[in-house]
Design a protein around this ligand. Structure first.
Ligand code: S3P
Length: 175
């Protein structure tokens, strides 16, 4: 199997990173699926909301950074990241070495609708009296870092398969 650059998906909560990463993994036989949040939960032996509640966000960010530093050296992975990896810009720099990075973008209303379809309580960063306001605030802070991605993919009103195909097409242009 050839060594190929990882495909890394970044973007806000509700952007569809895990779902699309699964789809890419199904379509690309040389790649394996890796979910940073799931790896953090395995390492900490706790759910993310418990890590935030018991050890706090700073501890979560440390685990997240340590795992990114590890997986940044791998290849042939489709990596779904948590929306907050850009809270530490070193994470993007580390991933840039060996990955093609895609920023999955959607409007605030679409993001909110998608997180509400799952369980908003599993997202400690949205524990706020007004989750929409919180999302807007986070996007404002994070977007300049999301834009460090190699490609920006607008996911609004697109079928999942269409998004996956667009990613593969763009990946093939530079790998
Ligand atoms: C976070 C996003 C979550 C998870 C954690 C923090 C964030 O991942 O890593 O709750 O800071 O935006 P998703 O983007 O997969 O929801």
């Amino acid at each position: 199997m050839d060594n190929k650059k990882n495909i890394v998906l970044i973007g806000m909560m509700g952007a569809g990173k895990s779902t699309i990463a699964h789809l890419l993994d199904e379509k690309l036989k040389d790649f394996q699926y890796l979910d940073i949040d799931k790896e953090i939960e395995k390492l900490a032996k706790k759910h993310i909301e418990e890590i935030f509640a018991i050890e706090g966000e700073a501890h979560f960010r440390k685990l997240e950074h340590d795992l990114i530093a590890k997986y940044a050296n791998y290849h042939n992975q489709v990596i779904a990241t948590g929306g907050g990896i850009v809270e530490n810009p070193d994470n993007i720099e580390l991933l840039k070495k060996n990955s093609v990075i895609f920023y999955l973008k959607a409007s605030v209303d679409e993001l909110l609708a998608r997180v509400r379809k799952t369980n908003i309580n599993h997202r400690p960063m949205l524990k706020h009296p007004n989750p929409k306001e919180r999302l807007i605030e986070l996007i404002k802070k994070r977007e300049p870092f999301y834009k460090m991605a190699d490609f920006e993919i607008n996911t609004e009103k697109k079928e999942l398969i269409e998004i996956a195909n667009e990613i593969i097409e763009k990946y093939d242009t530079i790998n």
